[in-house]
Design a protein around this ligand. Structure first.
Ligand SMILES: [Zn+2]
Length: 86
């Protein structure tokens, strides 16, 4: 059921998921942060995705103490998507 979330997510979920990285980077306006926070409180699949992303970042940051190359990040998230949809 949750495995199809990314493909079948309604508009608001798509928007939240698309902005997760920016949200984690703290580069959003206050208004948008509040909107996303509120959505995460109500939508557990998005919250799960957010927590996973946050954890992953923390883990990588601890190991590398440097910016993760985008290529690596994309590879990891592709793997995660594959795992979730299989
Ligand atoms: Zn959602």
């Amino acid at each position: 059921m949750e495995s199809n979330h990314l493909e079948e997510a309604p508009g608001e979920c798509q928007e939240v998921l698309a902005r997760l990285y920016t949200f984690l980077d703290g580069e959003l306006t206050e208004e948008r942060r509040i909107k996303i926070r509120r959505h995460l409180d109500e939508c557990s699949p998005c919250l799960e995705a957010y927590e996973f992303e946050a954890e992953l970042r923390q883990m990588v940051a601890n190991r590398l103490r440097d910016r993760v190359p985008d290529v690596l990040r994309l590879k990891i998230s592709a793997l995660i998507k594959m795992e979730r949809t299989s």
